[in-house]
Design a protein around this ligand. Structure first.
Ligand SMILES: *Cc1c(COP(=O)(O)O)cnc(C)c1O
Length: 344
């Protein structure tokens, strides 16, 4: 498959905005090219449009080349950009699983791209053939979320590979929760599959949801297209600095992940002892999808106690389900205490 044949013609032909920092290469001393304010505030200069320092660090961490990395204002920016690169509004469509992360459908709707949904099984599993069958000649992209939100499970890696190998278009694997999973990332397969885009984020395991930094990993050709379409200075200086610092202390992140996994186990065992709980779905993420016997009064009760969890009872196969993010040890014990009080 030639990826370039899948790109919208207007994007292929696009002459991107060329910023002052794009046009000057080399070492300057006096910068009078970008209409910045010359007075030092620490932030008076535009940021590096391609975040090269940051990408070098991420490249070494993920064992890819910097030219296989795109950085966005959250993964949400990457989701929107790839849709705009490949999907012709009013004509093309995407295939997603149901239930899955809500942004794929929202981004598609904003871009006037139709969405075809494939129901997951009752245990939130999927098959490649089910997904591939849904695709038609106008399907440009398939989105796979693994571990899946809101169910928490990783999807079968063999089935995912079959989708990548057999789908005649772009496959996006959203790995926002991969650091909590035992499954290895599909980043290892990047060189094998030119139609693959992997999304990861600093919002979950890295504890940096506030800085808004999402990563896309793909073939250099696709990364080039993303760079061409993105706003010139999409990652601000503050974000770049914070994330560089975080990358300097990977041990801290590892510890945080291991604490969250331990707390996840605590929640699972404490919840299993409650008679109001009907089922806890297996989780490879930092949250649990829990089926209660009757979820609505519990959701309301917790809200009144100012404990906020996510009502997922209306999503496909989510009857009576609530989604709980793993919190601090204290928060988790407060949640369990409240549920025990409710049940007695
Ligand atoms: C939280 C989450 C993200 C992260 O989005 P950001 O914009 O990077 O914060 C992406 N995908 C899924 C499935 C998520 O649950």
């Amino acid at each position: 498959m030639n990826i370039m044949n899948k790109v919208r013609p207007n994007i292929l032909n696009l002459a991107p905005y060329s910023s002052a920092r794009d046009e000057f290469e080399g070492n300057g001393e006096i910068f009078l090219d970008a209409n910045e304010n010359p007075n030092e505030t620490g932030l008076n200069r535009y940021p590096d449009p391609y975040q090269l320092k940051l990408k070098e660090q991420i490249a070494s961490l993920k064992k890819v080349d910097p030219n296989q990395i795109f950085l966005g204002n959250g993964s949400d920016e990457a989701i929107d950009l790839v849709m705009r690169i490949f999907c012709e509004p009013g004509k093309d469509n995407i295939v997603i699983s149901n239930p899955s992360y809500g942004m794929y459908a929202v981004s598609a709707a904003i871009n006037n791209v139709a969405v075809k949904k494939v129901a997951l099984s009752e245990n939130f599993g999927f098959t490649a053939s089910g997904m591939l069958k849904k695709a038609d000649s106008n399907t440009k992209m398939v989105f796979i979320c693994s571990p899946n939100n809101p169910s928490g499970n990783t999807l079968n890696a063999y089935e995912i590979s079959k989708v990548i190998e057999n789908f005649d278009g772009i496959v996006v694997i959203d790995e926002a929760y991969i650091d909590f999973s035992e499954q290895s990332s599909f980043i290892l397969q990047l060189d094998k599959y030119k139609n693959l885009i992997i999304l990861q984020t600093f919002s979950k395991a890295w504890g940096l949801a506030g800085v808004r930094l999402g990563m896309a990993f793909s073939s250099p050709d696709i990364i080039k297209l993303m760079n061409k379409v993105k706003p010139p200075y999409n990652i601000n200086i503050l974000t770049q600095k914070e994330v560089l610092q975080a990358l300097d202390n990977k041990k801290k992140v590892k510890e945080a992940i291991s604490n969250i996994l331990q707390e996840r186990e605590f929640l699972i065992s404490a919840l299993s002892n409650l008679s109001i709980v009907n089922h806890i779905f297996p989780s490879d993420s930092n949250f649990l999808l829990i089926r209660f016997n009757d979820s609505q009064p519990i959701f309301k009760y917790l809200t009144e106690k100012r404990i906020i969890i996510r009502d997922r009872s209306k999503v496909k196969h989510g009857e009576n389900c609530l989604r709980v993010t793993v919190g601090t040890p204290e928060e988790n014990r407060n949640l369990i205490k409240a549920l025990k009080e409710y049940q007695s």
